[in-house]
Ligand binder design. Structure first.
Ligand code: HEC
Length: 137
């Protein structure tokens, strides 16, 4: 009996681990396809034009704005790590709530970023507010 429990725990552990890895890989793939052109593979952006995602204080300070920025884009001034940017980011409307969640979690755990994992229901709520055309932040 005890052995069975140990085997079961192990199986669940491996299962959960592979889910997380898949989510990360999925986020990474989406990042490569939809974000990397501008924010760069290492998340450093483009000096003076495109803000970084690696080490960006924006992600820490305004996490609730991020899903809406991804879906609807952003036009206007924004300050990231003390530097001002004023280049328009076009929204990427075709990304689903799940895809946006996975991208954010990839960004939150890459390039030395150590930010909390976001949950799909929260992202969904933030996107609802975005659809009502609320200003992202
Ligand atoms: C065509 C270029 C382009 C693409 C593609 C792009 N972005 Fe952006 N992004 C920008 C620019 C430019 C800004 C700053 C907007 C401003 O100055 O108002 C920005 C701002 C941001 C911000 C807020 C500031 C920061 O650095 O934390 C986040 C978060 C972000 N983008 C995430 C993403 C994600 C995730 C993707 C892919 C799904 C993506 N962007 C795709 C150009 C782009």
């Amino acid at each position: 009996m005890r052995n069975k429990i140990i085997v079961l725990c192990f199986a669940i552990g491996v299962f959960c681990f592979s889910c997380e890895t898949q989510t990360y890989e999925h986020g990474k793939l989406l990042y490569t396809n939809f974000c990397e052109n501008c924010h760069m593979a290492d998340g450093t952006g483009l000096k003076g034009l495109i803000p970084p995602l690696a080490g960006a204080d924006f992600l820490k300070n305004s996490p609730e704005a991020v899903p809406c920025i991804i879906r609807a884009g952003y036009k206007g001034k924004m300050t990231v790590n003390g530097k001002e940017y004023d280049t328009e980011m076009a929204g990427i409307e075709r990304l689903t709530e799940f895809e946006i969640t996975n991208i954010i979690n990839y960004i939150h755990t890459s390039w030395g970023n150590n930010l909390p994992i976001v949950q799909h229901p929260d992202v969904r709520e933030q996107l609802k507010a975005c659809e009502k055309n609320t200003k992202p932040f």
